[in-house]
Write a protein that binds this ligand. Structure first.
Ligand code: FAD
Length: 403
């Protein structure tokens, strides 16, 4: 058995784990990242890539003090994208500098839009001049109002690549399958004593001052392997729609409806063959969980025809994607718009609850490490043995859905 001694082991390479792993490395921690599939391949790549600043939550009148935390996130991300933040995202691709809120012009949604405009005063700007509207709205059929939000939309695959760049030798591909896997948690009285990892005829014992779980939907199963049952997790299923088409203009916007959830949230993702994949979430994804893919696509077609009647989808390809949001079980004590981090034994169980909150999660874990006196021990030459396998970066979420 060969010992590998880290200061912190981060388990799970989605946005939460990657941002944390990168930050810890920069702070001089000997940090390792363990991933069982592909980096970013869980909820992270299937997200819409919007760095929320909390404006969406004002629709429900919910912009409480707690939401001030999320209001600070766009600046953290913008600094990182400019190469001046706690992590360096200067190689990541910005899909849109702004996300928009728009009302398609019918009476009911105009009411919501009025409410939103009051609640949002000072946070968003109404785009009044036609030439300042996103290109897709500069059409004679466009009615209604559009607001510009201070929320960037990102190509998440490039974010994942940036966060792991140069740190690959500190990542490890693990497999916990009880019979065939190569990794297992050895626990001791509620603590993780070490992680045993076998490759070929070598066995390694990975020890650390702290083990941080950033495994999203995998949390309950991994906690079971560790032998703990709290904190509890809940899943919120979504049924997203993807439409690949040749309309030249992208769309990044929440379409307001009568509910507090946007009627539809659209983001646009460029494909290698010069088309766009529009990714449709919001109310349609929440209400469409029980629908078959065919039914869901029918609803999406009808909705798009109603809200964007001038966009032609005749030659489009359609597909749907089922995905769960994983988060802590809701209770009145939770802050809904901050990352969740709970110490358990010598570990910390976390959910960012939103991609945008990854910096907040790294801050919170940093505070807990400091409180427990887990300090960076210097990492200049720190690397895993060369024969160990590293996880790959995930593919784009639509890659298996279209020609
Ligand atoms: P994940 O991305 O799921 O990462 C967990 C990782 O852990 C995965 O790579 C997985 O393979 C790995 N893993 C699991 N089990 C194990 C194990 N036992 N050992 C090792 N590795 C393991 N948020 C926003 O802020 N903006 C948005 O626009 C947005 N859009 C969204 C759209 C959709 C459809 C969904 C579902 C969510 C959206 N979110 C958005 C929320 C956001 O995607 C999530 O909050 C965030 O990505 C969660 O990141 P994570 O790192 O916790 O989880």
């Amino acid at each position: 058995m060969t010992d590998i001694n880290a200061d912190v082991v981060v388990i799970g390479g989605g946005i939460a784990g990657l941002w944390l792993f990168n930050t810890l490395n920069q702070q001089g921690y000997k940090a390792l990242l363990l991933e069982e599939e592909a980096l970013g391949g869980g909820q992270t790549i299937k997200s819409q890539g919007i760095v929320h600043g909390g404006t969406k939550y004002t629709l429900s009148g919910n912009l409480t003090k707690a939401a001030e935390c999320i209001a600070g996130m766009p600046k953290r991300w913008r600094d990182a994208l400019a190469g001046q933040g706690d992590v360096d995202l200067s190689d990541a691709r910005i899909l849109s500098e702004y996300h928009y809120l728009w009302s398609p012009g019918d009476i009911a949604s105009r009411m919501t839009s009025f409410f939103a405009s009051k609640a949002l005063r000072g946070r968003v700007n109404q785009v009044k001049e036609r030439e300042k509207l996103p290109a897709i709205f500069r059409n004679d059929s466009f009615r209604g109002k559009a607001y510009e939000l201070n929320e960037i939309v990102l190509d998440i695959q490039t974010v994942v690549k940036s966060l792991v760049k140069g740190l690959e030798s500190r990542t490890l591909k693990v497999d916990w399958a009880p019979d065939s896997g190569n990794s297992r948690i050895v626990s001791d009285n509620g603590d993780i004593a070490y992680i045993e990892h076998t490759q070929g005829d070598m066995t390694y014992r990975i020890q650390a001052g702290k083990f941080v779980l950033t495994v999203g939907e995998g949390t309950r199963t991994l906690m079971g392997r560790w032998g703990i049952s709290e904190p509890e997790m809940q899943l919120r299923p979504l049924h997203m729609v993807m439409v690949k088409h040749a309309h030249p203009d992208p769309l990044y916007a929440h379409c307001l409806g009568v509910k507090t959830v946007p009627r539809m949230t659209v983001t646009s993702h460029p494909t290698e063959d010069g088309q766009w994949v529009w990714y449709l979430g919001g109310e349609i994804a929440e209400d469409g969980v029980e629908r078959t893919p065919e039914e869901q696509i029918r609803v999406a077609r009808r909705e798009l025809a109603a809200i964007l009647p001038w966009v032609n989808f005749d030659n489009a390809q359609w597909s749907t994607l089922r995905v769960n949001r994983a988060e802590p079980k809701q209770s009145k004590l939770l802050r809904p718009d901050a990352a969740f981090c709970q110490p358990v034994g010598n570990g910390i169980v976390t959910w960012p609850t939103k991609l945008a909150l990854a910096p907040n999660l790294a801050d919170e874990v940093g505070n807990l490490l400091e409180a427990d006196n887990v300090k960076p021990s210097g990492n200049e030459d720190f690397a895993l043995p060369a024969n160990l396998k590293h996880p790959e970066v995930c593919e784009q979420f639509w890659s298996k859905h279209f020609d």
